[in-house]
Design a protein around this ligand. Structure first.
Ligand code: 6PG
Length: 243
């Protein structure tokens, strides 16, 4: 695990976007394509905008998946897909066939989660029911309660051990979210977190340095991933032990 302690949200976006581009180039050179799971929320928006300015990448070799979605249509202001479309896909004129969003507007969340799994299997060739495909990169955010994707504390999807996507009831939001699961996230070749702001300082300290309790701090589950890198600003890192 690597923790990059950076000055502010802009430096987090600059460093995270550079690291993503580097991972993309390496994957394309090695395997002919780059598969990435994208975070929603607000924090990664600036990273996507900076990535969109990176003309050195062959974007036609990138497959984009969304890590979670709110129960809204794709053009709703709350839609994670809409945020990424405006910040990354539209500026780069990404071929829609390479964007594998979560069709949350279709209604039945369980059916939507299954459709996401089938799409992932179609694109990666992985067999449903078997081990999750190894995505090249999972880009994650973290909430002030230590959740990541829509894997919130004390929710059912935390215990999912087979499915790659799940419909997760989140009482704290009185909503059902569609989310990538830990079987998928833990198989990723690399996991990058982008975390900024004082509001996340307590949870970040608990996740990185606290007692093991992933039911309370779900992001802890990825703490031991093969290659996990945290891009955090000084405000978010303000409660971490001195280096
Ligand atoms: C979502 C996200 C979620 C997000 C955290 C942090 O749909 O909300 O995917 O996991 O990463 O909630 O959100 P912010 O970046 O907005 O603080």
């Amino acid at each position: 695990m690597t923790v990059h302690r950076l000055r502010d949200p802009e430096e987090v976006a600059q460093r995270a976007s550079a690291a993503i581009a580097e991972a993309a180039r390496a994957a394309i050179a090695r395997r002919g394509r780059f598969t990435i799971l994208l975070a929603g929320g607000d924090t990664p928006r600036r990273t996507y905008e900076r990535l969109a300015a990176d003309g050195s990448l062959d974007w036609s070799k990138v497959e984009f998946f969304l890590g979670d979605e709110r129960p809204v249509p794709p053009e709703d202001p709350d839609s994670n897909y809409r945020m990424v479309r405006i910040a990354l896909f539209d500026p780069l004129r990404i071929d829609p066939r390479r964007v594998h969003r979560i069709p949350a507007e279709r209604g039945d969340p369980v059916a939507v989660a299954l459709a996401c799994e089938q799409e992932l299997a179609r694109v990666t060739g992985a067999a449903i029911g078997g081990p999750a495909p190894r995505l090249d990169l999972a880009l994650q955010g973290m909430g002030a309660d230590g959740h990541t994707a829509s894997l919130f504390p004390h929710t059912k999807a935390l215990a999912e051990s087979r499915r790659w996507f799940a419909a997760n009831d989140v009482p704290a939001l009185s909503a059902t979210r569609i989310t990538a699961t830990f079987p998928l996230l833990e198989r990723a070749r690399a996991v990058f977190f982008v975390v900024t702001g004082e509001a996340k300082a307590a949870a970040l300290a608990d996740v990185l340095e606290g007692t093991w309790n992933p039911d309370l701090f779900p992001s802890q589950r990825l703490r031991a991933s093969a290659r996990v890198e945290w891009f955090v600003d000084a405000a978010a890192a303000s409660r971490l032990r001195e280096l």
